[in-house]
Design a protein around this ligand. Sequence first.
Ligand code: NOJ
Length: 541
Amino acid sequence: MATSKSPWWKSAVIYQIYPRSFQDSNGDGIGDLQGITSRLDYLADLGIDAIWLSPVYRSPQDDNGYDISDYCDIDPMFGTLADMDTLIGEARKRNIRIIMDLVLNHSSDEHPWFLEAKKSRDNPFHDYYVWRDGNEDVPPNDMKACFGGSAWTWVPDVQQYYFHQFSVKQPDLNWDNPKVREEIYKIINFWIERGVGGFRLDVIDQIAKEPDLKITNNGPMLHAYIREMNRHTFGGTDLVTVGEAWGANVDNAKIYSDPSGREFSMVFQFEHIGLDQIHGKEKWDLKPLDWMELKKVLSKWQTGLHGCGWNSLFWNNHDLPRIVSRWGDDGKYREESAKMFATLLHGMQGTPYIYQGEELGMTNAPYDISDYRDIETLHIYRDRLAEGYAEEDVMRSIHAKGRDNARTPMQWDSSENAGFTVGKPWLKVNPNYLQINAAEECNTADSVFAYYKALIALRKKYPIFAEGDYQLLMGDDPDVFAYKRTWKEQTLYVICNFHAKKLNEVIPEEYRKGTLLISNYAEQGSSLKPYEARIYLEQRN
Ligand code: NOJ
């Protein structure tokens, strides 16, 4: 329940669907829109308020839909515009809004704009993209693309290079061209008119790039472009908007999510996600997680945005490994650790995001390289072997961080292919679906699913989850992550044991004197069992 002044998304929980892996309805092995519609009752039962749908637009699928060739149509692999309308309408009946994923930094190289743009320098679409002169053997500079190789690709017909921060099939759009911005606003308004509930904006902090200065994110025009987009599209509506911003820090997140509504509702920032990689290196260069750093970083964001911005809260998405496997324990304490991470996050201020399967405690998928499909994983495998890395080390990194860990098909039940498809799944189903699946968990009182459902219900019932301030407790304790949230006459105490060991420290009586709202163990003592988590609510007078 939001307070009268709060926008709906402040007390909402958002569920991310990666459509190709959620539910297949036609047996081609790829999830689709009709499949999603058929699972809406499951999501309504979980209690979520909105679905962020990863891209379903027409696309050659070089980067699984993050390479769009028509922003106003649905890829036949996922269905039709009529299927999309049905999904929006059926979701609305269940009080669930649909959030579209806008990929506006780049299009596909098969988008009609790019097909025109590369024909000649005086083509009216040429300036829709970012071009630089040069000669065939010498690119304008040494910038690298995210998915391997140079960020510059030569087009002989125009004797120029185009710029692409991601794959060669994802040319960057030129936001400095006002016509491009107008086209983008038309696309956004097209979806607003179709009744969507909001937008997630892909790598939005990279749109104002300045390649000559090697600037990718946080370019000088970034906030001016976002504000203009806001004014021409979703500004003043009740839509939720969340920008993906790997380059966000607390200071610029305040600008993005300023309560005046000039930019977005919130951004995804990734400071906590980056804590398991060696500073200054790539995500594949692993470092053990330092829990004290995690406490510090999450606390900094909680206090930094309180009252002047808004946090998104997440552990997982389609680009990240599964939290139970990465920082929790996907063996003996899978359920306890999945619930502990959920408690830690859902107790905080912000809008929590649940990535499909997280509510079941789904785990990473340590496959052979031939079983992975992700463009990023396949590139890094080739590139690192070519650079002389041992295969074993490369695979260790891929098993820990590869994006396909999150993209294995949703585990619905114990039938063949986990109930995801009657065909051959595009990516192998994680063999642990016999033990971990929705059918089983929906019928089990103390399942991970039941726990997520209870956490979501708490956020709806008690405004303190959305409104309360944040104070870290036991800050020097290396094992316990505890904090309190205060609002009016209430205080929430959230207490979590990070580890697989039982702790002997005594949790102060003061933290435990309220009503226990939730815990992942049936009995609570003064010390904490492995991965134990609790939330207490204290009501004064
Ligand atoms: C971020 C998306 O989450 C990721 O999946 C994609 O590959 C890149 N942006 C490029 O669009």
